[in-house]
Each structure stands twice: as structure tokens, then as C-alpha cells.
Design a protein around this ligand. Structure first.
Ligand SMILES: Nc1ncnc2c1ncn2[C@@H]1O[C@H](COP(=O)(O)OP(=O)(O)OP(=O)(O)O)[C@@H](O)[C@H]1O
Ligand SMILES: [Mg+2]
Length: 246
């Protein structure tokens, strides 16, 4: 069984199905990338994993432990295993970079300030912000703020990091510094599920690419196979469209 085992997962917003029979395995240390047209259910899949939307059917297991999304304790345990970073980084504007990183671990996780702060400094150094501990979000570039958001997510010590189009709101010249940070995490063996429109980056960093359309997984495979030898008409159309836009 995979480290993260998603099996036959379905979900709906009201009566509209948005995920249908999604089955996907993610191994420890693996970087899986979700691609697909707008509205195909990529964000929804991440939302279901972290318990923001209850699945209608199917199962999720992490480290061999089944998640029961209707049970509060099981849900809390599952939430502890994931951290998610969104396109909009939503930092606390009235707090320094360091405080943004330490606040959740100290308050929610009730860990000691000294320990959390030492770890937060190390994380900020890691994401290339060793000089910015005391800067406020409005004194940082978009790319720097997004890297604070990554450090903040890592401070929660997740087993699996979920990244939802975290470079999409950035100016092109700031995208690379964020991608560099993700590369570093991948080298460190962080297990990640990455939704991204940066196809060159996906090809480089992902061990497995998952193509979704209309709430279903259409194809899964190594990047070279997915991008160079798509098997289904839908993926062919999608990759052709991407290449035209480059
Ligand atoms: N809160 C919501 N209520 C109702 N429907 C929603 C909601 N959020 C998303 N949807 C619908 O669910 C479907 C999947 O949306 P989702 O956001 O998962 O797509 P996505 O693949 O992440 O797209 P994008 O690339 O544009 O971010 C879409 O049809 C969308 O309209
Ligand atoms: Mg989305």
C-alpha cells in the first residue's frame, strides 16, 4: 500500500459531482504533480485530503492509517499530517516574517517558543530569507512572501506538503526563486503534491504526473511519458494547447 493511498474517492459540491472515482498512490519522498484544465478538480482533491470538503465515497489512508473524515479525532490527525500552501499566501500583515512562521506551532500545537523560534529561523534561512526575520509582509516581494508561507507550512512539520498553484500570482521574475525553494524541498525528500501550470518545472521535479479532467484522473505516469507520449485524446489536446502557449 502506498504511503498516501487514495482509493475510489468521489466528492460533490451540493449535487454537482466534482471528483469521481479518484485513485492515486503517493510514496514517501515522492513529488506528484496534478495538471489539468481549469475546473478539473485539482484544488478540490487537495481540499478533500485536508478535510475541507467531505468525500462522498472512497477512502484515504496515510502511512497505513485509514482517515475517517466524519470522525473528529481522525480528521484532526489527518490534518496534522498535511500542510497546504495556496496561491494567495495570506500572511498576517501585522506580524514579522518570523512571527508568521512561529504563530501556529506555538499557539495551535502548544510547542515552546524557544524551540519553535529556532526551527522557524532555520526554515526561513532554508527558503532564502535569512535576512528577513524582522520584515513585515508589506516590506517583502510577492516571491518572498510566498516563501514565508512555505516556511510557515513547514513549521507545522507536515508529512505531506500540498502546493496549490503557489507561483500563479507572482510576477514572472519572482517565480524562479519560489521554484528553487520547492526544488530544495524535493531534494530533501519532502513528500509533495503540487498543482502547477509551470510545465517545464513539473517535468523536471515531479516523479509522477497526474492529468485530471472533469473530476477524473485521465492519465498518470512519469513526466516524459505524460508530456511526450500522451495516450488519450484529452491529454493530447491539453499538452498541444500548453505547447502552443509557450
Ligand atoms: N465552493 C464551491 N462550490 C461549488 N462548486 C465549486 C466550488 N469550488 C469549486 N467548484 C467547482 O468544482 C469544480 C472543480 O473546481 P476546482 O477548483 O477543484 O478546479 P481546479 O482544477 O483547481 O481549477 P483551476 O485550475 O481553475 O484552479 C469546478 O467545476 C468548480 O466550478
Ligand atoms: Mg485550482
Amino acid at each position: 500500500m502506498s504511503y498516501l493511498a487514495i482509493d475510489g474517492l468521489s466528492a460533490a459540491y451540493g449535487r454537482q459531482p466534482v471528483l469521481t472515482d479518484v485513485t492515486l498512490g503517493v510514496e514517501k519522498g515522492e513529488v506528484v504533480s496534478l495538471i489539468g484544465p481549469s475546473g478539473s478538480g485539482k484544488s478540490t482533491l487537495l481540499r478533500v485530503l485536508v478535510g475541507l470538503l467531505a468525500p462522498a465515497a472512497g477512502s484515504v489512508a496515510i502511512g497505513g492509517e485509514q482517515v475517517d473524515y466524519r470522525d473528529r479525532r481522525s480528521l484532526r490527525a489527518a490534518r496534522d499530517r498535511f500542510a497546504i500552501v495556496f496561491q494567495q499566501y495570506n500572511l498576517f500583515q501585522n506580524m514579522t516574517a518570523l512571527r508568521n512562521v512561529t504563530i501556529a506551532p506555538t499557539i495551535v500545537k502548544k510547542r515552546t517558543q524557544t524551540e519553535v523560534e529556532a526551527e522557524a529561523r532555520a526554515l526561513l534561512v532554508k527558503v532564502g530569507l535569512g535576512e528577513k526575520f524582522t520584515s513585515y509582509p508589506d516590506e517583502l516581494s510577492g516571491g518572498q512572501q510566498q516563501r514565508v508561507a512555505i516556511a510557515r507550512a513547514l513549521a507545522l512539520r507536515p508529512d505531506i506538503l500540498l502546493l496549490d498553484e503557489i507561483t500563479s500570482a507572482l510576477d514572472p521574475e519572482l517565480v524562479n526563486e519560489v521554484l528553487d525553494t520547492i526544488r530544495l524541498l524535493a531534494q530533501d525528500g519532502m513528500t509533495m503534491i503540487i498543482v502547477s501550470h509551470e510545465m517545464a518545472f513539473v517535468r523536471e521535479v515531479a516523479s509522477k504526473v497526474v492529468f485530471m479532467d472533469q473530476g477524473r484522473i485521465i492519465e498518470t505516469g512519469p513526466p516524459a511519458r505524460i508530456f511526450d507520449a500522451p495516450e488519450t485524446p484529452r491529454l493530447k489536446e491539453f499538452t498541444a494547447k500548453i505547447l502552443r502557449h509557450r
